[in-house]
Design a protein around this ligand. Structure first.
Ligand code: UD1
Length: 361
């Protein structure tokens, strides 16, 4: 049996096409859910929408400090794999579950492949950067989304024959579901006009955990919302931090606050947006493929290809700079021609399965 590990929200869109590609190849494959995310809106909704089977096990690790969460995955997964020895394990992305699962497989002598290998922000304050580097140091097969990631791995001394550029598997999911998402009327239901609103997501600890930074960012968004409605599906971490910092999101004129959305609803929303403001990694990539201008509210990105070839601009976290960049972006004519990086073609899962099976035979 080959297992793919999922834990947190961005893992689900990457695991779904991998599961189906194994099914098409007639190879036994199952999901293991660590339970890092567990809410209906952060986890359960994606299984139904993306057509994923129930996981073979849910380790139920839940929330906690980094050490608690990582340790719970280590213990739970080692126990499960002791009883259900895998032929191979696939990990995706850069969340705590990804890193912990790779450590378990390495210690148990189980073959592992990392999907989304080689991305680097070079920002060691980001928990995901630690997860990326540890995961890539331990995984046997490094499956990259783009050639800049290949170069990062080679520079770190990874053996060339362990690296395969397979493209971006999350874009497989986007291509598959875009027609269904476009058929939904999510902007209308939220009271905004297609093509006439911005979408905001914010959840990085560096942006939301410090009350001063959070207030500055929300202040900048309030200025943008004077010009164009801003729809803000709020991540649970951000909701908690905003409440603790006394930031009343619901009082900001022009800001449309919602709970986190499912995949299809969110894609319906972003695909018709005029502008995206985000600190998410995945949304930088999705907006690049959709051709929607994206302002990334961070000082760095592990996805520079979305800037070189896509629609992404790194604007940082200075409020005046964010407002200026947003107003400039809104001035520009929408629908300008855009490029999509090589191998972001909807067929990455096929290449992932091919690369994994070739190593096992
Ligand atoms: C995690 C990932 C991050 C990813 C993000 C996507 C790590 C280090 N971080 O961050 O890379 O971009 O997921 O969402 O792995 N919570 C709920 N319900 C849930 C899950 C979480 O309410 O289903 C709340 C809990 O209070 C929890 C907090 O959100 O403490 C943070 O969750 P956690 O999994 O620690 O990190 P994220 O910020 O979600």
């Amino acid at each position: 049996m080959i297992y793919t590990i999922v834990g947190a929200r961005p893992n689900f869109m990457k695991a779904a096409p991998i599961h189906r590609a194994f099914e098409r190849a007639g190879v036994a494959h199952a999901l293991v859910h660590t339970g890092q995310h567990y809410d209906e809106a952060m986890s359960k909704v994606f299984f139904g929408e993306l057509g994923m089977p129930r996981p073979a096990v849910d380790l139920g690790v839940g929330s906690g400090t980094h050490a608690q969460q990582t340790a719970a995955v280590l213990v739970g997964l080692e126990r499960f794999f002791t009883d259900h020895r895998p032929d191979a394990v696939i990990v995706v992305g850069d969340v705590n579950s990804t890193m912990a699962a790779t450590l378990v497989t390495a210690k148990m002598g189980v073959f592992s492949a990392h999907v989304e290998a080689g991305l680097r922000s070079r920002d060691w304050d980001m928990p995901e950067e630690v997860n990326r580097v540890v995961t890539d140091a331990l995984a046997d097969l490094l499956l990259t989304p783009s050639h800049d990631a290949d170069r990062n791995l080679l520079a770190e001394g990874c053996a060339p024959d362990t690296i395969v550029c397979v493209g971006n598997v999350m874009i497989d999911t986007l291509h598959e579901h875009l027609p269904r998402a476009r058929a939904l009327d999510v902007p209308e239901r939220l009271g905004v006009t297609p093509g006439g609103y911005a979408v905001l997501t914010l959840h990085r600890p560096s942006n939301v955990d410090d009350p001063v930074t959070l207030r500055h960012l929300v202040g900048a968004v309030a200025r943008v919302a004077e010009r164009v409605p801003v729809v803000f599906p709020v991540h649970p971490r951000t909701r908690q931090r905003a409440a603790a910092a006394g930031v009343e999101l619901a009082r900001i004129a022009g800001l449309v606050v919602t709970d986190p959305l499912g995949y299809l609803e969110f894609l319906s929303l972003t695909s018709r947006a005029r502008l995206v403001l985000t600190d998410s990694g995945g949304l930088q990539e999705e907006s690049t493929v959709l051709g929607i201008p994206c302002l990334t509210l961070r000082e760095n990105t592990e996805r520079p290809i979305t800037i070189e070839q896509g629609t992404n601009v790194l604007v940082g976290t200075d409020p005046a700079t964010i407002v200026r960049a947003a107003l400039e972006a809104l001035e520009r004519r929408p629908g300008a021609a855009h490029r999509v990086p090589e191998l972001w073609d909807g067929r990455a899962a096929e290449r992932i399965v091919g690369a994994v099976l070739s190593r096992l035979s």
